[in-house]
Structure formats: structure tokens, C-alpha cells
Write a protein that binds this ligand. Structure first.
Ligand SMILES: [Zn+2]
Length: 215
């Protein structure tokens, strides 16, 4: 498999399995990758030939069990490398994406099993995404965004999107996985939340609050 093919499998996996959906429309892939319709259609055909996915005309694509297995292997590699880089090499969670993106394609299953054991079998990556086990099983992905929370209620940060600038902002505000947040005021009209965290009140935009997942 080529790296580009592997990246498509991961995109489809994240939009289906992790969001409890069955199908991904090819224009969703176009939007995420920035490639043309033609490029995406050609890639979909190639992956179908390799029995990695099934294309349903006018509806979209879904991974076969073979495709899902391969996507899970890559996602597992990526997330284990993130934990390794942060826990063992002292990287910030804002800086691990590109390294993990390269390493995930280059790592054998044997190496990853050793890394998994070395890290004591982590269930989640540093951003709160579930790490598929060797067997394919994986924990739930927290889906409730902070913005969908209620005033006066307390929440715990469980997952955040892996976007460098956003994560640097969270570093500034000392918000990380496990941080407690209380919603003081929800201003839907102005798309703002006032929250209390680390003993002080701060205002965050809806855009930011929708990238933070809580329970
Ligand atoms: Zn991650």
C-alpha cells in the first residue's frame, strides 16, 4: 500500500467507525484532502480493486473488514507514537502530529507491539482518542462537545481535536485532558461561552468550545 492510499483509509475510518456512521460521501473526502473530484474518484477505484472499500454509486463509500483492519493498524500506530513522544520524549501534545504521521507508516506490527507493552498498553492517545487494541477492539470516543453543555454544570475534558494552534491556545489556558470546567454562561447569540477553569473565568468562542469534548 502507498502512503496516500493509507491516508484515505484513515480518513474514511475516522468519518465512519469513530462517528458511528456507515457511509462517507466522496465529496467529504475531497473537502478534507483538498484534492480534485477526479483524484479522489481514482483513489476510490484503486482501493476498491484492492478490496479495501466498497463504493455505492450516488451514496458513498464504506470500508470492507480488510480496509477497516488496515485503517485501525495505522490509527493504532499513530496514537501509540503520540503517547511515546509525549510521555517518553517530552513533546507537547501540540507538536506530535507530524512526527506520528510519518512514523505510523514506517512501523512494523512487531515494533508497535513492543512500544504498546513499553507504554503499558495505553487506552487513549494524548488527545483523548481511543487506541485500537492489537485485536481491533477500541474504547469509545467521547462525542459531547463543551458547547453543547449546560450552564452551572461541571464537566471534565476528555478529548480535544489535534490542531496545533488550538492546542497551543489550550496550553496557555492550562486546559488539558482531565481538566475540570464549569459553564458559567452560554451566549448562543454571540457564540460565546464563559467558563470557570483553574480557578478563573475565561471567555471562549463556540468554535473553540466545539473542539473540546467532555463528560
Ligand atoms: Zn492523538
Amino acid at each position: 500500500m502507498h502512503r496516500a492510499e493509507e491516508d484515505y483509509l484513515k480518513i474514511i475510518f475516522k468519518l465512519t467507525t469513530e462517528e458511528n456512521r456507515n457511509l462517507v460521501k466522496t465529496n467529504e473526502i475531497t473537502e478534507i484532502t483538498g484534492y480534485t473530484d477526479q483524484t479522489v474518484n481514482e483513489m476510490v477505484k484503486r482501493l476498491e480493486k484492492k478490496k479495501m472499500l466498497i463504493f455505492y454509486p450516488y451514496k458513498g463509500v464504506s470500508l470492507t473488514s480488510k480496509g477497516e483492519k488496515e485503517a485501525k493498524r495505522l490509527v493504532r500506530n499513530h496514537r501509540l507514537w503520540e503517547v511515546f513522544l509525549v510521555e517518553k520524549l517530552g513533546y507537547s501534545w501540540a507538536d506530535v502530529h507530524d512526527e506520528a504521521e510519518n512514523l505510523e507508516h514506517a512501523s512494523s506490527n512487531l515494533l508497535m507491539d513492543q512500544i504498546d507493552q513499553f507504554l503499558n498498553y495505553p487506552q487513549y492517545c494524548v488527545h483523548g482518542n481511543a487506541i485500537p487494541r492489537k485485536t481491533g477492539e477500541m474504547g469509545v470516543t467521547p462525542q459531547q462537545s463543551l458547547f453543547s453543555g449546560e450552564e452551572e454544570k461541571r464537566y471534565t475534558v476528555k478529548r480535544v481535536l489535534d490542531q496545533a494552534q488550538f492546542l497551543q491556545y489550550l496550553n496557555q489556558e492550562k486546559i488539558t485532558l482531565g481538566t475540570e470546567v464549569k459553564i458559567i454562561k452560554k451566549d448562543e447569540f454571540n457564540h460565546m461561552l464563559t467558563i470557570e477553569t483553574n480557578g478563573k473565568e475565561i471567555n471562549i468562542s463556540q468554535q473553540i468550545a466545539e473542539k473540546i469534548f467532555v463528560d
